[in-house]
Design a protein around this ligand. Structure first.
Ligand SMILES: [Zn+2]
Ligand SMILES: [Zn+2]
Length: 86
């Protein structure tokens, strides 16, 4: 098992890492294979309680997670700026 950095940066609402910021991944015979994002179930967006839609933090709105391309360190800061504005 490998520990892969999660794109969400450690959000408790993340179904992939449960807020740990990293998740376990076991490369199979095919190596690192993208899988459907468990947080948004491939829907790419999540809805807030008030119905506001926002890009899923786990897959960054891709709908799938590619374990071969984890976010680089410092990516969280970049994403925070993108999602929450400067
Ligand atoms: Zn996560
Ligand atoms: Zn997602």
């Amino acid at each position: 098992m490998k520990k892969i950095r999660c794109h969400c940066g450690g959000k408790p609402s993340c179904q992939l890492c449960q807020g740990a910021g990293k998740y376990n991944y076991d490369p199979g015979p095919m190596g690192y294979v993208p899988f459907r994002c468990p947080t948004c179930a491939g829907q790419k967006q999540l809805s807030d309680d008030d119905g506001t839609q926002y890009a899923c933090p786990t897959c960054t709105g891709q709908g799938s997670v590619d374990p071969a391309h984890p976010p680089p360190a410092g990516m969280v800061d970049v994403l925070m700026k993108i999602f929450f504005g400067a």
